[in-house]
Design a protein. Structure first.
Length: 234
């Protein structure tokens, strides 16, 4: 009887806990604690906000602070009853870490800081982040922007990737990681920054109109054909 009651109690708790994305939380492995990841456009953060993150983590007993692969900083191991207060103290919006939307844009330092940068990836990345971060899409959608062909922000394995060359931007589409990883296909080269912005907008709009929940951008392109896709967006 005790085992049955314990099981039912656990099932009740799991059924009534916050789900991924509710109040900006990410459920942790133990199914009892949460992580939150405030939005840091292209991973840029001030010393003052880093101090705030550390103060909040200590105040609410976070088990760890983790720099993620998506250029976010996650506070891990938080209690549900503290979530509202944590966001109030952080005074920040959640990063789009889960859900069917455009995730935080990844961008390397580019010509802003890096000696190898040949295009302003950070400037373009922040502009794209301001326009697209959190925008709903049929499936998750990732954008990577690199200032050179070292691909430090992984544009060939994002749904839309831009890599800087001395003559402009190289545009990749359809890449992804996950259980069925694939490299993106190069569909344009030597784009100006303005042309790259227009191309990204057309691709996002095309995917919103033609994609399904069962497929990332690359699979949607496979379904309709690469040439038909290129006619629509280039």
């Amino acid at each position: 009887m005790w085992l049955v009651l314990t099981y039912l109690s656990g099932a009740y708790l799991e059924g009534n806990m916050l789900q991924d994305g509710d109040k900006g939380v990410i459920i942790q492995r133990d199914k009892r604690t949460y992580a939150v990841a405030p939005h840091l456009p292209c991973g840029v953060v001030t010393p003052a906000f880093l101090r705030k993150i550390a103060d909040v983590a200590e105040k609410y007993g976070a088990q760890a602070i983790k720099c993620t692969g998506a250029m976010r900083i996650a506070l891990i191991g938080l209690r549900e009853e503290d979530i509202d207060a944590i966001w109030k103290d952080l005074d920040a919006s959640p990063g789009a870490a889960v859900g069917l939307c455009i995730r935080s844009i990844k961008a390397c330092p580019g010509t802003t800081f890096c000696k190898r940068g040949v295009q302003d990836s950070l400037g373009l990345g922040i502009k794209l982040d301001a326009k697209y971060h959190g925008v709903p899409t049929p499936n998750k959608f990732k954008i990577g922007v690199s200032g050179c062909l070292n691909h430090c922000s992984s544009p060939p394995v994002t749904d839309v990737g831009l890599a800087g060359t001395p003559k402009g931007w190289k545009l990749y589409v359809g890449g992804c990681l996950g259980p069925r990883p694939r490299l993106g296909v190069t569909v344009a080269e030597e784009l100006t920054t303005e042309q790259a912005e227009v191309a990204v907008e057309k691709i996002v709009n095309w995917y919103k109109a033609n994609g399904t929940r069962a497929e990332r951008l690359g699979r949607a392109i496979d379904r309709v054909g690469l040439e038909e896709f290129k006619k629509a967006v280039l």
